[in-house]
Design a protein around this ligand. Sequence first.
Ligand SMILES: Nc1ncnc2c1ncn2[C@@H]1O[C@H](COP(=O)(O)OP(=O)(O)OP(=O)(O)O)[C@@H](O)[C@H]1O
Ligand SMILES: [Mg+2]
Length: 315
Amino acid sequence: MSEKIIEFQDVSISYGTHYAVRNCSFEINENEIFGLLGPNGAGKSTLIRALLGQLDYEGNIFIMGEELTRIPREELNDLIGVIPQEPCFLRDFTVYENLKFAGKLYRLPNIEEIVEDSISKFLLSNYRDKPVKFLSGGYKRLVNIAMSTIHDPHIIVMDEPTVGLDASVRNKIWEIIKKLNKEGKTIILTTHYLDEASLLCDRIAIINNGYVLSYGPPPELIEKYGGNTRIFLNVDKDPSPLLNSIKKIPNIIEVKISGKLIEIECKSKYAAHVIRDVVLVLEAPPHRIKPLHSEVREPTLSDAFMKIVGSEIGL
Ligand SMILES: Nc1ncnc2c1ncn2[C@@H]1O[C@H](COP(=O)(O)OP(=O)(O)OP(=O)(O)O)[C@@H](O)[C@H]1O
Ligand SMILES: [Mg+2]
């Protein structure tokens, strides 16, 4: 059974009189990738900053059973590696110098060896001696990941790790996140990319206006809130004379016909049977309607998000 490593208990956080986070409760398990998913201004970075001990909060935050405020700052820094939303490094220094600088901050022994390992692990070998300012956005992000994990922290926090990056660099960063997770790291990331959350995260918390609206594994959220599977069937003749017969097929929740298109809703597990039964009804005499093309659309995290939040995520 997975063990919880971090627990937010009824946490509220305000900037002056404005509450950015309200009564949030959720748990993060050891060695999972946990996503905080929400639109701009939802409160994701605020939750992260509280976890790093940078903001006062109401309620409780426990890390490994210890209330955060009781954990000495140095211990917290050793335990958690943070990749902030805004890149953070010495622009004119090379990749090697930046990593060495990070290693010194963490008082590491054998810095040279660790830095070289980190350079190859984070795909930075070709850029080792280049000033960071000359690197592309994606490689700057990799430098930041390398710097923040140089001390081999147990927990890694990434605030929007792939925002603004093109698909190929996003893929590289996803692979690195998975690799770190396989090494045993617990990873917390914020994102407003639904595909990223769906693909990477073992569990996600959906946050909007400072509230955690729902949390769990993406497939569970999709199953619970994503709605039904939709089957689209194009046929060669107007199928409306058969509408009532189709409606009688078991496990069909809804049928709509527009022109020569039939749209059917059912639970995912019945889709194959439903298609087979609909085709049998269509092809039977006297109508003999032929299916030309079919498409099955499974519910996605985007559908679940719409249902939970009431609007699309918006970027
Ligand atoms: N330093 C601050 N002072 C005052 N208000 C702030 C401050 N930082 C954030 N806020 C407000 O708190 C709310 C939550 O902001 P936060 O940065 O946590 O959102 P976010 O989910 O990280 O958004 P984004 O996706 O844009 O990074 C927003 O309404 C924001 O305007
Ligand atoms: Mg943010």
